[in-house]
Design a protein around this ligand. Sequence first.
Ligand SMILES: Nc1ncnc2c1ncn2[C@@H]1O[C@H](COP(=O)(O)OP(=O)(O)OP(=O)(O)O)[C@@H](O)[C@H]1O
Ligand SMILES: [Mg+2]
Length: 267
Amino acid sequence: MTTAPSIEDYTPFSISPNPNTLHITPGLKAVLAKVRFTVNKRQGLCALLGDVGLGKSTLLRYLFGEYAANENCLTTLVPTPKFPSPFAFLKYMATDLGVDGKRSLTQQRDELERWLIDRYEAGKNVVIFVDEAQVLDNAQLELVRGLLNFETHTHKLVQIVLAGQLELREKLQSEKNRALYSRISTYSVLDPLTLEETGGMLAHRCKHESINNPFTTEAVEKLYVVTKGIPRSVLKVAALAYEMMLMEGAQTIDPELVSDTVPEVAV
Ligand SMILES: Nc1ncnc2c1ncn2[C@@H]1O[C@H](COP(=O)(O)OP(=O)(O)OP(=O)(O)O)[C@@H](O)[C@H]1O
Ligand SMILES: [Mg+2]
């Protein structure tokens, strides 16, 4: 049984992928536009790539929330696609979408296709979000390719958003997955934050958590330099610096406090 977190567990700078805390930078705005284009125009596949801690899961959950709230869409999110076989992967997605379970890969695929045709005719757009897609093996990527073959003359019957670390790009670009790679409608690679965006993300968090922003301009500069603008690293240092500030009974976080924090955190 899980226990509800107590107030002592709380930090305004949590590293969980909470989509409500997403600070939309110009780079993210462009990524969102590309994903929305692929999904809304029913163009099939889009890939969201980036190094660790850059915000892929958060962005994926943000988009999932957006489409899940759209009454014309049916969605599923696969947070970690660690399945023993393509059939297990397919069955998970189908069941979560509400498709009847079948006993073989072929039957399940046929059932899903029938269901997708029905939904298409009813004007619904079906969107599958897959996080950690770098763990998909070639057989599972081949399954994804197969799903993209469900189509009309103009539209894909299912839209798929794959998010993954940079090794996913290598997998997609390998000879074996050329057919899938060529089906990617839009492709985005997340960048680290700039100095300005680092300050913006921290300010956004403080506003979201209804606390005063304690970071001085110099502290943000220091944070940016030590974390290279990687959001998860920024938040880890910020969380501990904030805790130390509270323990000292202080109101602001200066660069010295950030420097004291860095050795304690794996950035
Ligand atoms: N633009 C942003 N605004 C606010 N918070 C952000 C932003 N980008 C990332 N974060 C935060 O940084 C942390 C790490 O992000 P996330 O877990 O989404 O990264 P990831 O790319 O999925 O990492 P991994 O490759 O390890 O799975 C999360 O707490 C997330 O909310
Ligand atoms: Mg992630």
